[in-house]
Design a protein around this ligand. Structure first.
Ligand code: SAH
Ligand code: SF4
Length: 354
């Protein structure tokens, strides 16, 4: 029997499932460890299990949801995985290789060469597509197909672990995480338990729906928060983040303040810099005034090219000047250097180009 939800079974269910495959109940624990802690994907290589069970698993069991469709490795070792999923959540739906199969991306980003101790980071997706529709983003181009299940999110971690040990995770792949929060929280709890990637090492990026942020706060969210703000100009934000057109910047920043007060963790504001759109000194000034006095950090992300995009990279001079302006205004601004850029640029690009 196929069982792609294997990754989200409770320990008791896991023992039951492995018994149905002819193993002993404790083999369930070993199998989970092989997948989640050692990143072994091929049952035949799970040497902690008896041979007969390995053969049975290899023949009958679908342990991970979906399948890897494409893998692209950049010169700096960044690996992008394109994963095909069934139209429906869960294991029952066979994944066709027809061009219509739903896909998501996960990106394994190795430690920086100058700081190998920092460990690898995995970037994961939470939705197939995205309903927010930011015009500069490849993921928003095709709209939302469906939410991912918790097992489909955990499955990305297992495929990522197979590429090397993971230290951190950023939920910055395809989709708007707060529109699929229950599945994300279930997945993060499993990843914390089984892989030791906890709240300090997990960052979730969102466009910042205030009501959803407030609701998430009730359950002590186990992650750091990044809000994709992009500008402090309300009209421009409505164009850049269409689903947020009716929500003012002031409301988003107040929600960020409540987050900081409740969790004690500083919020990061992300700004994708687009040439001639939001990279000018006046935009930097507006942002510095809007954020002024807050304990927060700002991540400047120079636009990554998306095919057929009307947007352009900002010049390095404008990026530097923007960061310096914020720095002089007392804000901590970091420019995010793109990793693995030559293999599919922005997240969602592999999926879009397939
Ligand atoms: N939906 C969430 C998380 C996924 S996008 C969000 O928008 O925050 C993760 C980050 O990638 C966001 O900050 C988003 O603005 C940024 N991004 C999207 N397309 C990009 C592009 N073409 N170049 C650079 N950054 C991009
Ligand atoms: Fe969705 Fe984020 Fe892309 Fe906007 S930037 S379309 S919210 S994934």
């Amino acid at each position: 029997m196929a069982s792609a939800e294997f990754l989200t079974l409770s320990p008791e269910e896991c023992a039951e499932r492995i018994s149905a495959w002819g193993g002993k109940p404790f083999h369930g624990r070993i199998l989970r460890r092989e997948l989640m802690q050692r990143g072994v994907l091929d049952p035949m290589e799970m040497t902690g299990l008896p041979l007969a069970l390995r053969e049975r698993l290899a023949a009958d069991a679908q342990l991970l949801p979906g399948r890897e469709l494409r893998r692209v490795v950049a010169r700096d070792g960044t690996t992008r995985l394109l994963i095909a999923l069934g139209e429906e959540e869960g294991p029952s739906e066979p994944v066709s290789d027809d061009a219509n199969a739903l896909t998501v991306e996960a990106v394994h980003i190795p430690a920086k060469a100058r700081d190998p101790e920092s460990g690898a980071t995995l970037c994961v997706s939470t939705q197939a597509g995205c309903p927010v529709g930011c015009p500069f983003c490849a993921s928003g181009r095709l709209g939302l197909a469906r939410n991912l299940s918790a097992a489909e999110i955990v499955g990305q971690f297992v495929r990522g672990r197979a590429l090397g040990p993971l230290r951190r995770c950023v939920v910055m792949g395809i989709g708007e995480p707060f529109l699929n929060l229950p599945a994300l929280l279930e997945a993060l709890a499993i990843v914390r338990e089984e892989m030791g990637i906890g709240g300090r090492k997990t960052t979730v990026s969102t466009v910042g729906f205030p009501d959803l942020l407030d609701r998430a706060l009730r359950d002590k969210p186990p992650f750091q928060l990044a809000i994709s703000l992009h500008t402090a100009d309300d009209d421009l934000r409505g164009q850049l983040v269409p689903a947020m057109a009716d929500i003012s910047i002031a409301e988003v920043l107040s929600a960020g303040d409540r987050w900081f007060e409740a969790t004690g963790r500083e919020v990061t504001y992300e700004i994708v810099l687009l040439e001639g759109v939001n990279d000018s000194p006046s935009q930097a000034d507006l942002l510095a005034r809007a954020l002024g006095g807050r304990r927060c950090s700002v991540n400047l992300i120079p636009f990554n090219s998306v095919s057929d995009s009307e947007y352009r990279y900002p010049s390095p001079q404008n990026v530097t000047a923007f960061a310096e302006y914020l720095g002089q205004a007392g804000l901590t601004a970091t420019v995010r250097r793109p990793r693995g850029q030559e293999v599919g640029a922005a997240c969602g690009q592999l999926r879009l180009n397939r």
